[in-house]
Design a protein around this ligand. Sequence first.
Ligand SMILES: NC(=O)c1ccc[n+]([C@@H]2O[C@H](COP(=O)([O-])OP(=O)(O)OC[C@H]3O[C@@H](n4cnc5c(N)ncnc54)[C@H](OP(=O)(O)O)[C@@H]3O)[C@@H](O)[C@H]2O)c1
Length: 311
Amino acid sequence: MASTPTGPIRLPDLRGRTALVTGASDGVGVEIARGLAGAGADLVLPVRNRDKGTRAAESVWETAPEAEISLRDLDLARLDSVRALAESLRAERAPLDLVVLNAGIVLLGDPERHVSDDGFELHLQTNFLGHFALTTALLPLLRERRARIVVQLSLAAGVSRIAWDDLQTARRYSALRAYGASKVALGLFGYELARRSEAEGWGVVVHLSHPGVVPDTGIAPAMRARDRGGPGRALAERLGNTPAQAAQPALLAAVTIDPAPGFFGPTGVLHFGGPAGPVPRYRRLADPDAGGRLWAAAEELLRDRADAVRA
Ligand SMILES: NC(=O)c1ccc[n+]([C@@H]2O[C@H](COP(=O)([O-])OP(=O)(O)OC[C@H]3O[C@@H](n4cnc5c(N)ncnc54)[C@H](OP(=O)(O)O)[C@@H]3O)[C@@H](O)[C@H]2O)c1
């Protein structure tokens, strides 16, 4: 599908399809949910804050009053929560046609390194490991429906690296390093999932997206407070996307039929904003050796954690 010169992309009829969107209680995720509901999709929205989730659902109903919305509980920073959601969806044999891995945090402005209750650096777990655990636990359902997965990255994924000997950013921590590494991990996972699906005939299709720069979402309040009136803020406001515009690359990814993983983002200056379209992929993320290594590392981290809980 080609990029659109202006305005939202035209989605095909999604009636009868079910889409799960993480991080739909705020920001870009609400707009992804709104776009999918507007095209007729039923929504499963796992949220960590039910009040915010209810407000988001009400906001979607303002533009798509017929939408079927099922709010669920999910805290990606708690593996027991991820497991509980996956188990309940599997028990119901939920018909998932689309999963958008959109939730994310970046703790800019906070110099302290945070660790989840599961013992993982918080960006790593929220942005990557939680999504890895959820997606792999849902694979039987996803294979059944030959589902599509949309992996929401960031411009940071194109300029960041993973330190293989320091996956948890314990050395030289900064929020931006940890965030960038978590988005690289998420990207490597996306491409590796696509490769495994093709090799094993799972029928699961993966596309990747990034929203550009979206100055008005909830993601970096400390940064915004510090930067108010500054040149960074002015540039982000001039070139960046509104949440509704920023949802378009993920929506384009969600309805792209090509089975090979595509990468979609804003096509304007510096890819900060502008109409959604295909954009050059970040080649390092598609490296099969790194993808395989990352998948094995994630499995090991989760296994070690499970062993620790059992001990
Ligand atoms: N804004 C930008 O400039 C920008 C740029 C590049 C990439 N992105 C990416 O775009 C995606 C959406 O970001 P946004 O700008 O819309 O940010 P946002 O407004 O802060 O929304 C983030 C969403 O993720 C959810 N979330 C955070 N931690 C979670 C957890 N532990 N478990 C479950 N859900 C959790 C939040 O839930 P709560 O409502 O409970 O907080 C919220 O729904 C993220 O992946 C982000 O990395 C954003």
